[in-house]
Unconditional design. Structure first.
Length: 328
C-alpha cells in the first residue's frame, strides 16, 4: 500500500482542479468517468493541500464516513481488480446554490452564514458565488463572467441581491442600473440554462435613514421599505421569480425593537451588521428548505438569545406566507 501511494504521488502533476459535481459516486474530479485520476485527486486533496471535491460524498466510495487511503484502494480495486462498485453515502436534498450580488452578500460572508446554518443541521450544500463589491444586478446581467457562472451547472437555486434605493424608486433611476430589465434578463438566462432552477430575489432592505440624506427627499426608513416591498411583489408577479423576504423581516425586527440605531445596519446607514446578515441567512435557509431555523445551534458568534430571536422572525416571515413569496 505504501508503494502504491508513492507511485500515485509521482503522477499528481498531471491532475487539474475540480469542476462542479455531477452526482456520480467515485467521479471525484467530475470529468464524466471514474478512473485513476479520481484516485490522484483524492491524494492531492488529502496529502498535497489540493482542492476539495465539490461534493465530498463523491470521494467516500466505501461509505464509511471518511475520505482516506481506503477510498483510494477501493477505487483501484473497482477499476483494475473487479472489485465492487463505488458506494457513496446517500444524502437527500443536496442543493447546488449560486449567489449573485455585491457587497450586501460579501459583508459578514453571507454565503458562509447560510452554509453554517445548513451544515449545523447535518445537511449538505454546494455554494458558489458571483459576487463583486460595487456591482449592481444590471452589471451582472451584462457580464460574460456572470453568464459563464450561470451556465456552469444546473443550479437548484440562484439567489439575486438588489439594492434598496433602486428597487424602491425605479422611476427615479431609469438610466442608473435599472432593476426590472436586469431581473428579467438574469431570470431568462438562468432558466435558459436550467428550467428547474428556482430564481430567488432577496427583497432588499431600506437605508437606515431612508432617503432624507438626499436634498428634497422625505421618505424615512418605513416609507422606503414599504416601497421596496411593493415594487418587489409587482416585479415578482410580472417576471415570476421567488421572493426571499429579507428586507421585510428586517422591517419586523426594527419595528419591534423601536428602530435602534445601527442595529441591523452598520454605521454607514446602508450595509448589514452581523445581526442583519444572520437574520438574512435565516430567511434564506427557510426559503430553501421551507423549514424553521428555530433551535439551530449555529449562531455565527451572536448570543444564543439574539440568534434565537432572529431565527424566529426570519423563519416565520417565510413560512407564514409561502404563497405570497411564490415559494413552492
Amino acid at each position: 500500500m505504501r508503494l502504491m501511494l508513492e507511485l500515485l504521488l509521482g503522477i499528481i502533476i498531471f491532475v487539474g482542479t475540480t469542476s462542479a459535481y455531477a452526482g456520480d459516486c467515485g467521479d471525484v474530479n467530475n470529468d464524466g468517468s471514474v478512473n485513476i485520476l479520481d484516485v490522484v485527486f483524492i491524494i492531492n486533496y488529502k496529502y498535497k493541500s489540493g482542492p476539495a471535491p465539490e461534493q465530498l460524498l463523491s470521494a467516500d466510495v466505501n461509505s464509511d464516513g471518511n475520505i482516506d487511503m481506503m477510498d483510494m484502494v477501493y477505487l483501484i480495486n473497482y477499476k483494475y481488480k473487479s472489485g465492487p462498485e463505488p458506494n457513496c453515502p446517500v444524502t437527500d436534498n443536496i442543493y447546488d446554490i449560486l449567489f449573485i450580488g455585491s457587497s450586501y452578500f460579501n459583508y459578514n460572508n453571507l454565503p458562509g452564514l447560510v452554509a453554517g446554518l445548513i451544515e449545523s443541521e447535518n445537511k449538505t450544500v454546494n455554494i458558489h458565488t458571483a459576487i463583486q463589491n460595487g456591482l449592481y444586478l444590471a452589471d451582472h446581467a451584462d457580464m460574460a463572467t456572470t453568464e459563464s457562472k450561470i451556465n456552469e451547472m444546473d443550479w437548484d437555486f440562484v439567489f439575486l441581491q438588489g439594492v434598496g434605493s433602486l428597487t424602491a424608486y425605479p422611476d427615479s433611476f431609469p438610466l442608473n442600473h435599472p432593476v426590472y430589465p436586469a431581473l428579467a434578463n438574469l431570470n431568462n438566462k438562468i432558466l435558459s440554462n436550467c428550467v428547474s432552477t428556482k430564481v430567488v430575489f432577496c427583497l432588499p432592505w431600506a437605508f437606515e435613514d431612508g432617503m432624507i440624506w438626499v436634498s428634497g427627499w422625505t421618505d424615512e426608513y418605513p416609507q422606503m421599505q414599504q416601497k421596496v416591498y411593493d415594487t418587489t411583489l409587482a416585479y415578482s408577479d410580472r417576471i415570476g421569480f421567488v421572493i426571499s423576504p429579507v428586507g421585510w423581516a428586517w422591517n419586523t425586527v426594527l419595528e419591534e425593537k423601536n428602530y435602534p440605531l445601527h442595529y441591523l445596519h452598520l454605521s454607514d446607514w446602508n450595509h448589514s451588521s452581523l445581526k442583519g446578515s444572520y437574520l438574512m441567512a435565516c430567511v434564506i435557509y427557510s426559503t430553501i428548505y421551507q423549514e424553521s431555523t428555530v433551535g439551530i445551534e449555529y449562531t455565527a458568534g451572536l448570543s444564543k438569545e439574539e440568534a434565537s430571536y432572529f431565527q424566529s422572525v426570519g423563519s416565520s416571515m417565510v413560512l407564514d406566507s409561502l404563497e405570497l413569496w411564490k415559494i413552492d
